[in-house]
Design a protein around this ligand. Sequence first.
Ligand code: AMP
Length: 428
Amino acid sequence: MNILILGSGGREHALAWKTAASPFADKLYCAPGNAGIAREAQCVALDLADHKVVIAFCQANKIDFVVVGPEVPLVAGIVDDLEAAGIKAFGPSKWAARLEGSKGFTKDLCKANKIPTAAYERFKAAAAAKDYVRKKGAPIVVKADGLAAGKGVVVAESVAEAEAAIDMMFGGGLGERAWEIVIEDCLIGEEASFFALCDGETAIALASAQDHKRVGDGDKGPNTGGMGAYSPAPIMTPEMNARVMDEIIMPTVRAMKAMGAPYKGVLFAGLMITKGGPQLIEYNVRFGDPETQVLMLRLMSDLVPALIAARDGQLKNFDLRWVPDAALTVVMAAKGYPGAYKKGTLIEGLDAAAQVEGMEIFHAGTMTKTGEGEKIFSNGGRVLNVCARGNTVREAQQRAYSAIDKINWPDGFCRRDIGWQAIAREQR
Ligand code: AMP
């Protein structure tokens, strides 16, 4: 098969690495890709917002299957457009991608189907939203309805902070003025990421993972796209996995089918594991980044037939196997991230780092430069995913940091404590 992966981050590098290893993959392309992905796939500079261009590329290159990485093209309906042109694609339709595209839609779906989630209200104007916040008190969570690249959520510690967030969102502080916000109770517990492959009717759980969203050690500082992750998440016991499937994932799959928007693709549930059980924080309609990097390291089965079975509605008799090892990834980011940072800085020592046992380095934002040969330069905020497998999270962590110590990138930084919660549990 000729396969095209859409996207350019560490998630897509991990998907490309796993896809390239499949006997089903003949020619592998990635658009737009990055310098690391270029080792697994032929990178092509396509504008993913221009669906006609993507379709024309698929037709010209006889693409049999498209795997969509990021949420923006999914919410914009790229899968609908590809399928209408006769090209098979992995990912939800535009209608089903509302599970990520609209927080209000998802909250209403949860309420109607008794899926556990924080109590909430939806608001279209600031005055009523502020009245509600004053009535409920703090802590309280304020969320803009649409996609906001992870910046649309404020966990407010005080009523004043919540009011400021309401003004910021309705005032255009996220780029565009929010047309609607959701205000919900603050959940207390430990977070986990849960992934299920869905074919419109059936869902199968993938492995669990936990990520680190804050930029600094000790989970301090501003939120980021993710500074590291590990799998499995020890909090996700077999019993907890079963509860998440029964109480959250399957009711969602049934509800989406019943409303004529069957969900196909990977469903990524952000969970809070509270004393009373799992609660849904939010849905994403694609693989997580950086969780996918550790999931792909642990996936023993071939990825390609699993994705095709999800698209074809054939997951019922499907099974996936995972290696029992732990996997961990540390994100190396450009100094300044998640604020302003420089691009185009030289990174050396990657080959030496890749020699460490159990290592895989996925590129998230890198490039080469004309006239500079094979040299690798930064090209984004999150730049590298240094991943390792080990018998325990602790061993995977030690390997990842010993590889990082071989990387010479004066303009980069990373957290030094990825996996601390799991390691603390292992040492108990
Ligand atoms: P989201 O984009 O909805 O995943 O929210 C980003 C982060 O905000 C989550 O990973 C949580 O850490 C936090 N968060 C969101 N909603 C809640 C909630 N209801 N209670 C506590 N924390 C939350």
